[in-house]
Design a protein around this ligand. Structure first.
Ligand SMILES: NC(=O)C1=CN([C@@H]2O[C@H](COP(=O)(O)OP(=O)(O)OC[C@H]3O[C@@H](n4cnc5c(N)ncnc54)[C@H](OP(=O)(O)O)[C@@H]3O)[C@@H](O)[C@H]2O)C=CC1
Ligand SMILES: O=C(O)[C@@H]1CCC=N1
Length: 273
């Protein structure tokens, strides 16, 4: 099978970014179906590519090889129970991108033997530079694993994890991670302004610095500690700032925040499972 027939349930932000990446990577739009109760979301999706749209989830699932559940965790139970018979009849692979919804919950709603890949992408997928962690249950075949890989690779890098629990750590790191960097850049901009820069200048310098640092970390074959050492002249300005970060417990702060995110993913699984 050259191109699997892919169905998106939910045509929001994440679905739109994955559709964009898929079509760019050669998946024909005519082999993509999407359903959403909100016609405007479907129209927006068709501005990206001429996919086949449905108001009804079951009609979108009909004939699919891969079904991507791209709805909010809160509506997942209703969506899954509503398409369960059609999913069982199709034998399709189900891919969920919802935070904190476990494979056990999905098997309860969809049927025991459903092949499920649970994954956690992030919003840079919108630009094709996402980072996704994936986990497959036993029912997923080799061919279905490669479908899942190709779909998520169309919007960035992918990493399989061996245990489903690890997806909570992936959520805490790369799923929520873009927001941490935005917060850090916001803080740098505010600090620059309070030291006398105008907002536009502070913003431009902070964003370009973020981009430059990320590119250096990815493109130079040098580890982060060494890259940091090269910026930090002994007795200079960077040392003064970094010592302040360390003294105020930046590492503990980051670790505690990521633990809160992972714990929230676990609680969501209990609340919505
Ligand atoms: N945003 C992020 O950073 C990340 C999000 N995720 C996960 O991705 C998933 C989707 O998020 P996102 O794209 O941001 O959300 P959106 O709200 O943009 O998209 C969800 C879409 O599903 C539609 N929908 C609601 N009910 C149904 C239904 N019964 N059947 C079909 N479609 C329905 C919604 O319509 P309507 O607007 O009318 O309700 C909406 O268009 C979430 O589960 C989230 O946890 C994963 C990684 C990162
Ligand atoms: O905040 C959330 O719950 C979702 C999951 C990861 C990013 N956004």
């Amino acid at each position: 099978m050259d191109h699997p027939r892919i169905t998106f349930i939910g045509a929001g932000n994440m679905a739109a970014s994955i559709v964009g990446g898929l079509v760019e990577s050669g998946q024909p739009a005519t082999a993509i179906n999407a359903s959403d109760p909100y016609p405007q979301s479907l129209e927006k999706l068709r501005e990206i590519a001429p996919v086949i749209t449905h108001a009804d989830n079951n009609s979108a699932v009909d004939g699919a090889d891969v079904i991507i559940l791209a709805v909010k965790p809160q509506v997942m139970a209703d969506v899954c129970t509503g398409i369960a018979s059609a999913v069982q009849a199709s034998g399709a692979l189900v891919i969920s991108i919802a935070a904190g919804i476990t494979i056990d919950s999905m098997r309860n709603w969809l049927g025991d033997q459903t092949a499920i890949v649970r994954c956690m992408p992030n919003t840079p997928a919108l630009l094709g530079v996402g980072a996704t962690g994936l986990y497959a249950n036993e029912q997923v075949s080799e061919q279905q694993r490669s479908f899942a890989e190709n779909i998520l690779r169309a919007v960035g890098i992918i990493r399989w994890v061996d245990e489903e629990r690890a997806l909570d750590a992936v959520t805490a790191l790369s799923g929520s991670g873009p927001a941490y960097f935005f917060l850090f850049m916001e803080s740098m901009i505010d600090a620059g302004i309070s030291q006398g820069l105008d907002r536009e200048t502070a913003t431009e310098l902070a964003l370009q610095t973020g981009l430059g640092a990320a590119r250096m970390a990815m493109e130079n074959n040098v580890d982060l500690v060494e890259l940091r050492r090269r910026v930090t002249s002994p007795g200079g300005t960077t040392q003064a700032a970094v010592e302040n970060f360390e003294a105020q417990g930046l590492r503990t702060l980051v670790s505690d925040a990521m633990q809160a995110a992972a714990a929230r993913a676990e609680t969501m699984a209990k609340e919505m499972g």
